[in-house]
Design a protein around this ligand. Structure first.
Ligand code: PA5
Length: 431
């Protein structure tokens, strides 16, 4: 079987191949053994995602069928790891111009009052279900938005409103779980040893993705194949570790920004998921690559100039796909006013490929190192494989940096400071 992903390093700054691998191998072995230990906090996602979900798939599919039958809108309330992965795969694997009978609306990922006011108006003539996702059960954005929308549902549906609310939280007791039990909302459990940004292959994303018709079995099969193929500690046989080492080498050479770029607009939210994964996992103790992204060819006409010839702070990871479903042929035009008849009968995806080749050459000429990740096909199986690949590479990358890739002390600090500020403002207003 050919590799679902191939990696090419388009730069002479670092080969990070045969010469450096023996140096890295002992460190990689030690990290590999550690993250594969069963009871290391935050590493539950490493085990085969298909096997892990085997006991919940039936319930998930059954719930998804119910939601499809009863609702025209699913409101997913959550932030960070509780929504980024869902949105990423929803966008990457759904048609550009949606044809499903049910749409997902995201809420709780920011605190805009204007957004919520318009959402409530929009929902007046809709038949929604709510899926509220919070592992901790205490996140302010999620909790406040849920409070508002639960009241809306109560007004709209009376006592039966609780049947239209499903809660995903972890197995520990927390305020959200208590609310669910007090109000008879149905609850699904996020596995305790899996942290937010690593929770893509759990109920967090699987339920909403099944609702919009994404083949979650194929997604899990892809992730499962990746979990098997990337369980080898030998760098030579583990592409995720090779990617992690290359990133680390570029970081050590002073490239402190990694830019993920792709040529399909349906991947922009995957970029956002990737940014959270790497940013929250690595950015601590004054260390880490700053993850950013660009969507080509759109951004070649904006920040492309900087990427190619601006401050030499970044390297680029270009994500491309061998096969993409859907394409159109460039028509012949008798008048040829645009002088483009030489491209007649060729396909847009082929032109897009040439744009990619041109970008790689131009960026390397401009001194920007480029790692190219080529995925065989843009479909559920390969997206499952790719996301697991990134998660494994991220775990290795963070450990190579000497940080814990599974915690987020900065985020916890921000959460505490916001609560402090809110509590102080309430005390002041009472004086
Ligand atoms: O990756 C993480 O752990 C975070 O980004 C969380 O997903 C985010 O803060 C939301 O947390 P919770 O799911 O507890 O509401």
């Amino acid at each position: 079987m050919s590799n679902p992903i191939n990696l090419t390093n388009h730069c002479s700054v670092t080969e990070a191949t045969d010469n450096t691998w023996p140096v890295y191998q002992p460190f990689v072995n030690a990290i590999h053994d550690k993250i594969h230990e069963k009871d290391v906090s935050g590493t539950g996602w490493i085990q085969d995602p298909l096997e892990q979900n085997s006991s919940v798939l039936f319930e998930l599919n059954w719930l998804a069928e119910e939601i499809k039958a009863q609702a025209d809108t699913l409101i997913v309330i959550g932030v960070g790891g509780s929504y980024n992965g869902t949105k990423a795969l929803d966008q990457a694997l759904s048609p550009y111009f949606k044809r499903t009978d049910i749409e997902i609306i995201y809420a709780g990922h920011q605190l805009s009052g204007a957004y919520l006011e318009q959402l409530l108006q929009h929902l007046e003539h809709k038949n929604p279900y709510i899926y509220v996702v919070s592992k901790s059960g205490t996140t302010l954005e999620t909790s406040l938005t849920f409070r508002l929308l639960a009241q809306f549902m109560k007004t709209k549906y009376g006592q039966s409103y609780c049947e239209r609310i499903i809660v995903a939280t972890d197995g520990n007791s927390n305020p959200l779980r208590k609310i669910a039990s007090d109000n008879h909302y149905r609850c699904v459990s996020i596995p305790i040893p899996i942290g937010g940004r690593y929770s893509l292959f759990t109920v967090v994303s699987l339920l909403p993705l099944a609702v919009v018709g994404i083949d979650i079995m194929e997604l899990l099969k892809g992730a499962s194949a990746a979990s098997e193929q990337l369980s080898n500690s030998e760098i030579e046989h583990n592409l995720a570790y090779r990617y992690a080492i290359l990133r680390h080498e570029y970081y050590k050479k002073g490239y402190h920004v990694e830019l993920l770029a792709s040529f399909e607009p349906c991947l922009t939210t995957l970029h956002e998921w990737w940014k959270q994964l790497f940013g929250e996992s690595e950015g601590k103790q004054q260390k880490g690559l700053f993850p950013t992204s660009a969507s080509y060819s759109t951004d070649l006409h904006s920040i492309g100039q900087f990427i190619q010839q601006g401050s030499p702070i970044l390297f680029e990871t270009i994500l491309s796909f061998g096969q993409i479903e859907g394409d159109v042929v460039i028509p012949f035009d008798r008048n040829n006013g645009d002088q483009l008849n030489y491209l007649a009968d060729r396909r847009f995806n082929e032109i897009n490929c040439h744009a990619k080749e041109g970008v790689i050459r131009a960026h390397v000429d401009g001194g920007v190192p480029v790692i190219e990740l080529t995925v065989n096909k843009l479909d559920a199986y390969h997206m499952g494989y790719l996301c697991y690949f990134f998660m494994k590479a991220c775990a290795m990358s963070g450990c190579l940096l000497g940080v814990n890739p599974f915690d987020q002390p900065g985020v916890e600090h921000y959460k505490r400071k916001t609560l402090e500020s809110l509590t102080n403002s309430v005390v002041h207003s009472m004086k």
